[in-house]
Design a protein around this ligand. Structure first.
Ligand code: FEO
Ligand code: CA
Ligand code: CA
Length: 639
C-alpha cells in the first residue's frame, strides 16, 4: 500500500515513524558510501554492457537458453494504452471490463441491502459481505463450481468508519468491523448473460477474519513463545492478518500470506516515546511498537495489547493454508515457511516432485526466501508433510550474476528450529543473505525454468541499514542508492531445478524515468521508454504463454521523478525481448494488485485496491476496492 494522506501512510512509512532506523553517522561509513557511490555507477554500467553482450541492454542475460515455447510469447495481442490520471479503469481497445465484486457486496442473502454507498455497512453484517482492500487471489475449480479465494489486506479507517472522527475506532464494535472487513473471502463465481457475478449463498462462500480459529503447525507449534493465556498449547490462534499476496498448491489449496501484521498491536501501558519494548525478543526487528498503526485494536481487544499478551505477535506473520473446497475446515498456519512480512507464496514443483515455495519479505533491506519440501508431491497422495518437513533458504546474489540459496538450519544459524521459524529475519541475517529492495511478489514461468521477483523500491538503499543492522550498500540486484523506482530480478535455477541451491540471475527491468534522469541509472534499463513508464512493481503473475504481468503500487503523483507515469497500472512484459507494454490503468489513488484467470483463460480478474476516487459507484459515494473481470470483445483467450 502507498498513500499520501497522512492518515493512510504506507506500511513502510508507519514502520519508519515507529522505528526510525539508525542513520549512518560514522565518518568512515560516510566516506565509504561516497566511494561506493562511484563504484556503484560504474558497476551498473558494467552490468549493462555485460548483459548487452548476451542480449539487449539489461535484459537478456539468461535468454540464450530460453525455451522455444517462451519465445512464442514475444507477440502482444493488444495495443498499449497511455497513462491515465482519472477516476476509472482503462484497458486496450478490443477489451472490456466489468466489476465482479466490490467491498460491501453480499456473499450471503441476509446481508443484501445492508451496505449503503455513503455510510458503508453494519458491524453485524461485516463478515457476511465482500471485505475491504482486495489483494492476492487464486481461481479454483471445485467439482462443477468455480471459486475465487481472495485476500483483504487492510482497512482504510476513514473510508471504513466514515461516522467516526478521522476514522479512529470509538468502540469495540468499530474494531470488530475492521477485523471482519479483513482476512480472506472464498466465493463461488459464475459467468452468465450479464457477465461474471458472485453466487450469493453458495455453500462454498466463506469469510475468514481476524477472529477465525486457526491451527498452528510446524517447528514453532507448541513453543513457549507462541503460548498465551487464551491458548496455553501454543497451537491454536485466532485470525489471519494483513493478507497480502497469495499462492496455490498443486493439491488445490489456497495460501494466504500475512504481511504487515505488526501494525495491529499496541500497548495500553503508559509509554513516553515510540521506542519498542526492548525486553521482548524480536519486537524491534519486526517493528512491533506500543502505538500500533492506528487500528487501535489494543484499546478495545486485549488480545492485541502487547502489555497483556506479549506472545500474540509471534502467532502472526506466517503463510496460512486454506482449503476452498471445505468451508468448515480449519486454516493452518505453516511456521516452517518462516515468520516474515510475507508478500506472496509462489509454488513450483522440482523435477523430482519436491515442492518449492518462493517468498519475499516486504521490508526495506530484508530478504528473499524459498522453501523446499523433504517429500515429493504425488497427485492424490498424502500432502500433509509438504509444507512442514523440509528446508527454508534465504537468497544470496553475487555480483558475477551467480547466486546461492543459503539453508537456514541450526548448524548455519546457531538457532534452533523453532527460533528459525519465529525469528526468520535473524536467521537470514546470520547466514549473510543479500539485503533486498523490498521483495514483493515472486512469479515462476510455466514455460521456462525461471522465476521473477518485484523489488518495489527502497529509499533507504545505501543510506540506512535494515532493522537488524545489516549493511544495505548497493549490491548486484539492488544497484541503486535511494531506489525510488524499483526493479525486477530474474533467476534461473541450476539444472532447471527450482530445488537446486545454485542459480544465475539478471535484472529483467529497472524502472526509471529517462525524461528526468537521462544518462544515470535512474533513467531505468533499456526496455523503459516514454510509452511504458511506471514505478514500484509489486504484484506479478506469468500467464500460460509466458507473458509477465506486472502490477504497480507506487507514486501516482505524475510529476517530478514520477512525471509521465500516471496512475498505478498493469503492464505485460515479453520475457525474451524485454518489451513491456501498458495494458491497464487504475483509478486515482488505487493500487493494482491481485491477478488470476478463469479456467478457460478467457477472463482475467484484476484487483483495484484502495481507490481515492469514488470508484466504481461515482461522485458522492464511498470509494470501494473492487475486483474487475476483463475479457476480449471476441471472447478469445487472454492468458
Ligand atoms: Fe502488501 Fe508488499 O504489499
Ligand atoms: Ca507494495
Ligand atoms: Ca503488494
Amino acid at each position: 500500500m502507498t498513500h499520501q494522506d497522512p492518515t493512510r501512510l504506507s506500511a513502510d512509512d508507519w514502520d519508519e515513524l515507529n522505528f526510525p532506523r539508525p542513520e549512518e553517522q560514522d565518518f568512515d561509513r560516510v566516506v565509504e558510501r561516497a566511494l561506493s557511490r562511484r563504484g556503484f555507477l560504474g558497476r551498473v554500467l558494467a552490468f549493462g554492457s555485460g548483459a548487452a553482450a548476451m542480449g539487449s541492454g539489461l535484459t537478456g542475460g539468461l535468454l540464450g537458453s530460453t525455451s522455444a515455447a517462451a519465445q512464442q510469447a514475444s507477440r502482444f495481442a493488444f495495443t498499449p494504452i497511455p497513462i491515465a490520471t482519472d477516476g476509472t479503469v482503462h484497458v486496450p481497445e478490443g477489451y472490456d471490463w466489468q466489476v465482479l465484486v466490490r467491498w460491501g457486496d453480499p456473499l450471503f442473502s441476509d446481508a443484501a441491502g445492508d451496505f449503503d454507498t455513503t455510510p458503508g455497512g453494519s458491524t453485524a453484517m461485516s463478515d457476511r459481505i465482500f471485505g475491504e482492500n482486495t489483494d492476492g487471489m487464486e481461481f479454483f475449480t471445485v467439482g462443477s463450481r468455480q471459486v475465487i479465494a481472495v485476500n483483504h489486506e487492510y482497512t482504510n479507517r476513514k473510508v471504513n468508519l466514515p461516522a467516526e472522527q478521522e476514522g479512529v475506532p470509538a468502540s469495540a464494535a468499530d474494531v470488530l468491523k475492521l477485523q471482519n472487513l479483513q482476512g480472506v473471502t472464498v466465493m463461488e463465481v459464475r459467468e452468465g448473460d450479464q457477465g461474471w457475478e458472485v453466487v450469493v449463498d453458495s455453500p462454498l462462500n466463506r469469510r475468514i477474519t481476524h477472529n477465525t480459529p486457526m491451527e498452528i503447525r510446524g517447528p514453532a507449534a507448541g513453543h513457549d513463545l507462541l503460548k498465551t493465556a487464551a491458548d496455553p498449547t501454543g497451537t491454536r490462534s485466532l485470525g489471519t492478518m494483513n493478507n497480502c499476496g497469495a499462492g496455490k498448491t498443486p493439491w488445490g489449496t489456497y495460501l494466504t500470506c500475512e504481511e504487515n501484521f505488526n501494525g495491529y498491536f499496541g500497548s495500553t501501558e503508559e509509554i513516553q516515546d515510540q521506542k519498542p519494548n526492548a525486553l521482548v525478543e524480536g519486537y524491534a526487528r519486526y517493528g512491533i511498537g506500543p502505538k500500533g498503526w492506528g487500528y487501535d485494536y489494543h484499546k478495545w481487544d486485549a488480545r492485541f495489547d502487547t502489555d497483556k499478551n506479549p506472545n500474540e505477535p509471534h502467532r502472526v506473520g506466517y503463510v496460512v493454508e486454506i482449503d476452498p473446497a471445505a468451508p468448515d475446515s480449519t486454516p493452518v498456519k505453516h511456521t516452517a515457511l518462516g515468520r516474515i512480512k510475507h508478500e506472496n507464496a509462489e509454488v513450483a514443483l522440482a523435477p523430482d516432485g519436491r515442492v518449492v515455495v518462493y517468498m519475499g519479505d516486504d521490508e526495506r533491506g530484508e530478504y528473499l526466501y524459498k522453501w523446499v519440501s523433504r517429500d515429493i508431491y504425488v497427485p492424490g497422495g498424502d500432502t500433509s508433510t509438504l509444507l512442514e518437513e523440509g528446508t527454508l533458504y534465504a537468497a544470496k546474489f553475487n555480483d558475477d550474476l551467480s547466486g546461492q540459496w543459503l539453508a537456514l538450519t541450526p548448524e548455519t544459524t546457531g538457532m534452533d528450529a523453532a527460533h528459525i521459524a519465529i525469528f526468520t529475519r535473524m536467521a537470514a541475517s546470520a547466514v549473510g543473505a543479500t539485503t533486498m529492495d523490498r521483495p514483493e511478489w515472486v512469479a515462476t514461468s510455466p514455460v521456462a525454468a525461471e522465476a521473477y521477483c518485484c523489488l518495489t523500491n527502497n529509499k533507504n538503499r545505501g543510506l540506512k541499514p535494515n532493522a537488524g543492522g545489516d549493511d544495505t550498500a548497493p549490491n548486484g540486484p539492488n544497484p541503486r542508492e535511494a531506489n525510488r523506482y524499483g526493479q525486477i530480478v530474474r533467476w534461473r535455477p541450476a539444472g532447471d531445478d527450482h530445488a537446486a541451491e545454485a542459480f544465475t540471475w539478471d535484472l529483467y527491468v529497472m524502472a526509471g524515468n529517462p525524461g528526468v534522469h537521462a544518462g544515470t541509472p535512474y533513467a531505468g534499463s533499456a526496455n523503459i521508454n516514454p510509452g511504458n513508464l511506471f514505478n514500484s512493481p509489486d504484484g506479478m503473475a506469468i500467464d500460460s504463454s509466458g507473458l509477465v504481468w506486472i502490477q504497480t503500487d507506487g507514486n501516482d503523483g505524475n510529476d517530478g521523478d514520477f512525471a509521465g507515469m500516471g496512475n498505478n497500472q498493469m503492464l505485460a512484459g515479453d520475457p525474451v525481448s524485454g518489451e513491456i507494454h501498458r495494458f491497464l490503468t487504475g483509478p486515482n489513488g488505487s493500487e493494482i494488485t491481485g491477478l488470476c484467470w478463469s479456467a478457460d483463460l478467457r477472463t482475467m480478474f484484476v484487483g483495484i485496491q484502495h481507490p481515492d476516487a469514488p470508484f466504481p459507484d461515482g461522485e458522492g459515494k464511498l470509494p470501494r476496492s473492487s475486483i474487475v473481470a476483463i475479457k476480449r470483445a471476441d471472447n478469445a483467450m487472454i492468458g
